[in-house]
Design a binder for this molecule. Structure first.
Ligand SMILES: *[C@@H]1O[C@H](CO)[C@@H](O)[C@H](O)[C@H]1NC(C)=O
Length: 186
């Protein structure tokens, strides 16, 4: 007996539905920022290749990739101390933090408007894990201006970590600064 919808067509519909849902979950840019020439003495391309390039377009994001038990992220390094590269105090508490403690900043979507402030996350790489506290945002919505040291907006999948996190993951010091990791809420 043949039903109206064959087994094959049900399968096709199911696959299309799955594609549609996963497409809807993708995080797409919310806008673009045009790099401006920084005032002399501030970040510029000759000193720091990361600085905004005049005229170049940079995507902004209000979202981050969906969080699972095993979310992929790119780990970077920064200081959270006064006089460190971060320059401003952490957004969660308007305070500076000791880089000897495992602390992180998250891209705007994951920061959830402060919703993860002072929560712990578990960061995993190379079969090692470190639990770190969220204290700051890595702003994916703005950049290339004085408030952001003329650096581009943050990508949507960034964990900025203190040196304690890099030590905890047993990454040798010459390799600090950029690493593919996974994380989950701890
Ligand atoms: C950070 O903490 C370490 C270890 O507890 C301590 O030795 C160091 O002086 C602290 N640094 C600052 C800037 O407070």
């Amino acid at each position: 007996m043949n039903s109206f919808l064959s087994r094959e067509s049900i399968l096709v519909i199911l696959l299309l539905a799955i594609c549609f849902v996963s497409e809807a979950q993708k995080c797409r840019p919310s806008g673009m920022i045009r790099g401006k020439k920084s005032p002399s003495g501030q970040c510029n391309q000759e000193q720091d290749p990361d600085c905004c390039r005049p005229g170049k377009m940079y995507p902004t994001y209000t979202c981050s990739p969906a969080v699972s038990g095993n979310t992929h992220a790119y780990l970077t390094l920064n200081s959270f101390e006064a006089g460190g590269d971060g320059s401003l105090p952490s957004e969660c508490d308007n305070k500076y933090h000791n880089d000897s403690t495992p602390i992180v900043a998250l891209s705007t979507g994951w920061y959830k408007n402060g919703g993860r402030c002072h929560n712990n996350i578990k960061i995993t790489a190379n079969d090692r894990s470190v639990v770190a506290m969220v204290v700051d945002e890595c702003d994916s919505t703005r950049g290339c201006d004085a408030d952001h040291d003329y650096l581009p907006p943050c990508a949507n999948n960034i964990i900025v970590a203190s040196k304690a996190v890099w030590e905890g993951l047993h990454v040798s010091k010459e390799n600090w600064g950029g690493l593919d990791v996974t994380w989950n809420d701890a």
